[in-house]
Ligand binder design. Structure first.
Ligand code: ADP
Length: 445
């Protein structure tokens, strides 16, 4: 028997002990008390034996139940009580059947109930013991009756014994399968409790790890925004000096040096864009971004950004074109610097990821009240699978990592900004077939 009895089995045991004591009490009243009131009410062959049997059965049952309660309260192992109780009850039952109706009698069914009861102790051993004793008693009882001449050996009496033995074994199988099921339930319950405990401690560990990660994340954000802030001023100064030299403020410079300085200028521009993106991420995410909206023609912003990339596109030998319709309603209400950064990100990517062919920047009016900017290139293109992740923070297309420098922030920022101005951003692309990045903004009335 298991030390820890599962709740369901305990309830069943209590139910079975309770009903057994109830039946025994009833017997006690019928067999002992009633004949005291009226001696003629029931006639027995062996009145003394039967009365002693019924008295003993009731008394031992009550005693064992009291013992079980005491042991359980003290938290002690009460297996021996259960064993003793079962043995007592099977012996008393055999004696009872012998003096009261024999195996022919209807009380044979009590054997079957005892087998079931023994199974409730979650053991396979108990039903086996009970069934063995009951089978031996049934056969010996049969032989006893045969020798006593009370029954004769014929097909009917043999069949009767056979059916009784069979029903004993059938009950044993039911009892054992019940015991096994209850044991399984208990094991599952214990396992579930253990898992629940483990899960709770894993949850706590995860929670504290999460808090630590959040702290680290915010430290990293602070570091990035500080570093970006410190980098921006010297880079802007470099840009100023380089353009002064290129404009001849420091006197004539050789053509070769001019070429190198133009490269310095465009590399510096790229660094400024990168630093701006880093600053923008933390500002937008922390809600610190200040927008200074004003009315402006999108064409004007596009022209400025477009011209910034002429040197880089020329250096790469790309066909670089701007296509703006003569008549277009392109007045928008935006923070011009921010839209400037978005267009800068898109054009910079197109030039960066295109090695040969063309980059075309164009404006159009797909429908009344909407103005659309497209940056079309003949570059590496992006597979459908990667397109869905492209606007995620820090996402870079696998094949570009290592080949080109970048942070994976440009498109993420661009999306946040365009959505701030109630616009939409997207792309059409296929691997190796170039890309079209676009955004649409509402036209201001
Ligand atoms: P970054 O260019 O700094 O890596 P972006 O957010 O601007 O970050 O772009 C994310 C990724 O999208 C890039 O790493 C690149 O792989 C891919 N990408 C963006 N624009 C293009 C383009 N025009 N052609 C091909 N790939 C592109």
């Amino acid at each position: 028997m298991n030390r820890k009895i599962p709740l369901r089995a305990l309830e069943l045991q209590l139910l079975s002990s309770g009903s057994k004591i109830g039946v025994q009490l009833m017997w006690f009243v019928v067999i002992v008390i009633l004949p005291l009131i009226n001696p003629n009410i029931i006639q027995f062959h062996n009145p003394i034996s039967i009365k002693i049997n019924v008295l003993l059965a009731l008394a031992t049952s009550i005693l064992y139940e009291i013992l079980k309660v005491v042991y359980r309260k003290k938290g002690k192992d009460f297996r021996w009580v259960v064993t003793a109780q079962l043995l007592t009850s099977i012996i008393l039952l055999t004696w009872f059947l012998h003096v009261f109706g024999r195996i022919n009698g209807p009380f044979f069914v009590l054997y079957l109930l005892t087998i079931m009861e023994s199974a409730l102790n979650l053991s396979i051993f108990f039903p086996n013991v009970v069934v063995t004793i009951a089978a031996i008693a049934t056969v010996s009882e049969f032989i006893w009756l045969l020798y006593g001449g009370e029954i004769s050996l014929n097909l009917y009496s043999l069949l009767q014994v056979f059916i009784r033995i069979m029903s004993l074994f059938l009950m044993r199988s039911y009892g054992i399968s019940l015991a096994q099921k209850l044991i399984e339930v208990e094991k599952t319950r214990e396992l579930t409790q253990e898992y629940a405990k483990n899960l709770e401690s894993v949850k706590k560990e995860l929670e504290s790890a999460n808090i630590k990660l959040k702290e680290l994340d915010s430290q990293k954000d602070t570091f990035i925004s500080m570093a970006a802030h410190e980098l921006r001023a010297p880079m802007t100064a470099i840009k100023g000096y380089v353009s002064m030299i290129l404009e001849g403020d420091a006197g004539d410079i050789p053509e070769k040096a001019r070429g190198f300085l133009a490269d310095v200028d465009s590399i510096n521009d790229r660094l400024i864009r990168l630093v701006n993106n880093m600053l923008n991420v933390s500002r937008i995410e922390e809600g610190r971004m200040v927008f200074q909206n004003e009315y402006e023609q999108l064409t004007n912003i596009v022209r400025i950004v477009y011209s910034e990339f002429i040197p880089e596109a020329t250096r790469k030998g790309l066909e670089y074109k701007l296509d703006v319709p003569k008549k277009i309603r392109d007045k928008i209400f935006v923070d011009v610097d921010k839209i400037n950064e978005v267009i800068g990100n898109l054009v910079s990517n197109a030039v960066k990821y295109t090695d040969k062919g063309s980059v075309v920047v164009s404006l159009s009016q797909p429908q009344e009240g909407i103005v659309r900017l497209e940056v079309r290139d003949t570059g590496s293109g992006i597979s459908k699978d990667e397109q869905s992740k492209l606007f995620h923070k820090f996402y870079r297309v696998e094949s570009n990592v290592g080949k080109t420098t970048g942070t994976g922030l440009g498109l993420y920022i661009s999306k946040l900004l365009i959505e701030k101005f109630n616009g939409k951003i997207g792309l059409e692309s296929e691997a190796d077939k170039g890309s079209v990045f676009w955004f649409e903004l509402p036209v201001a009335s």
